[in-house]
Write a protein that binds this ligand. Structure first.
Ligand code: GLC
Length: 707
């Protein structure tokens, strides 16, 4: 049964549908059984040519330039005779890849919000814009787990933990699919750009199930219409031609009912392998699933049943989602308009992470400061991230400098207004002199699409995780000249800060903050909004703390331990742990209670904890729950995130937060029996504000036994 909710359906509609025996409806309003009947009828009427036409993009091979990306709509053919609409794809995932769309903060920033409700609204906004612009499928979310911060597309992902990825990814899918189809990508193990077209990701069956697949499964359960294969090989076969991961796992084991679509250029290279593995649509051309597929069917090397199965999947989603006059009533002025821009601002307010704040450096008090020096090229550069397929050509971008200036020119600022001086930092002496006279110095430093981006053929990845040498020098040179140095970093993943972190009084991780980023950062810097974001990835101290990363690698073993689990496993102390983030207030955690000491394998334990805002500013705290395994038969992570939530607290306020832990979420994948095993052992529960052991002082435990 599909888990989709009709666009305009409120609770009443769902109740009516449930009463009619249809718990869920589709965008088209057709029931599952109506769709299956119509699909069957259409397939029976289609010629082989018409079927194959459904299975590939309409771009001509000659028009495709390897390694170049064009923003716009990519389509498959429309079948006028039978009234089957074309598939019209637009890129995500930081916004719709069309001129004038809303550029949201990148996925990593939204990962740092740990807020599925917000992510659902973002998905909904992007879905709306996609439909208003005439497309019917958004090529997002990107839910590749981050194995290494060097990955050039790290910014598109939500981080290094399957639960965060799956929770945010499925929220995004539900939001997007109120308007158009979504597409979970890139299936699977796409985590190097340099050799993305050729690297063989070696993943054992357990690691695949526990680390690389849970988040894909969560989006499948949320009803995602399509899944995009990755370019790399998985265990010796191109992911797009890999029967084991496409048919055995995605379609059969996970029960995925939608269609699999190939990534865009080299994701298939063999007609027989691709078709027989279960690839449903080749994009953007029919190089392998076009004319050569017809020949293969005629020669009997690909069966008619394979074709019918693929076409059935494609038509099922088209009939579920695409209605005649699909974009009618969708208001183009909402694309990149005020409402979505405000949402983009809210997203960055929740996604920026306060990493350090000594001596009350932040928030800045605009009533007290006389002058602020803003330093660094990036302060004055629109910088929304990669310029590859995830690029969003927004109509404007508020830079950090523009955001700070706008904040200080607003009405109500006590005279004399704060003076904002800008210096690009290229000349150290002039930067130092300017810093001497300023009450606060804000340096914006970090990466751009020149440093990290979508690539291939040896390009794209960020091999040096430090800030640029000139930026580090600028920080070090200016620090002695000021008592208040704030460093704002822009990047898609971790930055190594050992060389200068002691020079800065405050450090903010802004990621790529979207078109409203400057405004959101100003809201946070001046304390109008409290920081609440927490790292969805681990920030190491040195590069060698991370697993090996080679952009020319022909083969990479995908480790079971990844992210904080890797750091824990190697007893490596990170600079900032997964789940870490400060705010302008303080929180106290007390009274961890588990509702039972023993639970059956199909049951759940509810953990509850009292969280108090002990400071004097309202805020939102992300509460994290980890489990550990006592006496497991197999090697386990020291701790696994198994629950999280955001809680809003006024100063002095206490709330009891409940986090359920399902026993089945504690299972490991047993390769021998090919099944999930929930062990009858003792599990420890740790709750706190980050994954650091010192933050997880509240502990409990329970046993699993019986059914
Ligand atoms: C790519 C990307 C993919 C994108 C597609 C279409 O090469 O890997 O994420 O959706 O092209 O632009």
């Amino acid at each position: 049964m599909k888990k989709r909710i009709f666009a305009a359906a409120g609770l009443a509609m769902i109740v009516v549908l449930a009463m009619a025996g249809m718990a869920y409806a589709t965008l088209s309003g057709l029931s599952d059984s109506e769709i299956e009947a119509r699909v069957k009828d259409l397939v029976s009427k289609m010629t082989l040519d018409e079927k194959i036409e459904q299975m590939h993009g309409s771009a001509k091979p000659a028009n495709i330039i390897r390694g170049s990306f064009m923003s716009g709509i990519w389509d498959t053919a429309e079948n006028k005779r039978l009234g089957i609409p074309a598939l019209k794809c637009i890129d995500g995932p930081r916004g719709v890849g069309m001129k004038g769309a809303t550029a949201f903060p990148v996925g990593m920033s939204r990962g740092a919000s740990w807020n599925p409700e917000l992510e659902k609204r973002i998905g909904e906004a992007m879905g709306y814009e996609t439909r208003a612009m005439g497309a019917n499928i958004l090529l997002a979310p990107c839910i590749n787990i981050l194995r290494h911060p060097s990955w050039g597309r790290a910014q598109e992902s939500y981080g290094e933990d399957p639960l965060v990825l799956g929770t945010l990814g499925s929220a995004f899918v539900v939001g997007t699919q109120k308007h158009v189809m979504a597409c979970s990508k890139h299936y699977i193990a796409n985590n190097i750009e340099g050799s993305r077209f050729s690297v063989n990701a070696v993943i054992d069956e357990r690691t695949m199930r526990e680390v690389y697949l849970p988040h894909f499964k969560m989006t499948v359960d949320a009803g995602v219409a399509s899944v995009m294969s990755s370019y790399n090989d998985v265990n010796g076969f191109l992911a797009g031609q890999n029967q084991h991961i496409i048919t055995d796992i995605l379609k059969n084991e996970m029960g995925f009912k939608g269609f699999v679509i190939s990534d865009w250029q080299n994701a298939t290279d063999n007609t027989l392998l691709a078709a027989n593995a279960g690839m449903d649509i080749e994009m953007p051309t029919g190089a392998h699933l076009g004319a050569p597929l017809k020949k293969a069917v005629e020669e009997g090397t690909v069966s008619q049943a394979v074709i019918d199965a693929a076409v059935t999947r494609i038509l099922r989603e088209k009939l579920s989602f695409i209605t005649p006059d699909f974009s009618k009533g969708y208001d183009k002025s909402k694309v990149g308009g005020k409402e979505h821009a405000e949402l983009a601002r809210e997203a960055e307010q929740e996604g920026a992470v306060l990493l350090k704040n000594d001596n009350g450096a932040l928030p800045l008090d605009k009533g007290k400061l006389k002058s602020i020096l803003v330093l660094g090229k990036l302060a004055d550069t629109p910088n929304t991230g990669d310029n590859g397929s995830s690029d969003v050509p927004a109509s404007y971008v508020i830079t950090p400098l523009a955001g700070i200036k706008a904040k200080l020119s607003q009405a109500g600022v006590p005279a004399p207004q704060v003076k904002v001086i800008y210096n690009n930092g290229a000349d150290l002496e002039s930067a130092k002199a300017a810093a001497k006279g300023a009450d606060a110095v804000i340096i914006v430093a970090g990466m751009t699409s020149k440093d990290e981006r979508e690539g291939g053929y040896g390009t794209g990845d960020r091999l040096n995780l430090n800030l640029h040498a000139d930026e580090e020098k600028l920080i070090q040179a200016v620090a002695p000249e000021t008592g208040r140095l704030i460093v704002i970093m822009e990047a898609g993943a971790a930055v190594l800060i050992e060389n200068w972190m002691n020079d800065a009084d405050a450090i903010v991780m802004a990621w790529y903050p979207g078109m409203e980023g400057g405004n959101a950062l100003a809201d946070l810097l001046f304390g109008e909004v409290n920081f609440s974001g927490k790292l969805p990835i681990t920030f190491g101290k040195t590069l060698d703390q991370y697993p090996p990363f080679d952009i020319k690698a022909k083969e990479v073993k995908m480790e079971y331990f990844l992210g904080y689990r890797w750091f824990d496993h190697n007893n490596a102390e990170p600079r900032f742990p997964f789940g870490y983030g400060l705010s302008y207030t303080t929180y106290q955690y007390k009274n961890l209670k588990l509702d039972k000491k023993k639970v059956g394998k199909s049951g759940a334990v509810i953990a509850s904890v009292d969280v108090t805002n002990t400071g004097n500013m309202a805020g939102e705290e992300i509460v994290e729950l980890y489990v550990g395994y006592n006496g497991s038969k197999v090697e386990r992570a020291k701790k696994d995130l198994r629950g999280f939530t955001r809680v809003a607290l006024k100063p002095g306020e206490t709330k009891t937060v409940s986090l359920p832990v399902k026993a089945e979420s504690l299972a490991y994948y047993d390769v021998g029996s090919k099944s999930w095993v929930v062990e009858e052992i003792e599990y420890s529960v740790m709750v706190g504000p980050s994954s650091a052991d010192k933050d997880l002082g509240l502990k409990g435990s329970f046993k699993v036994s019986g059914i």
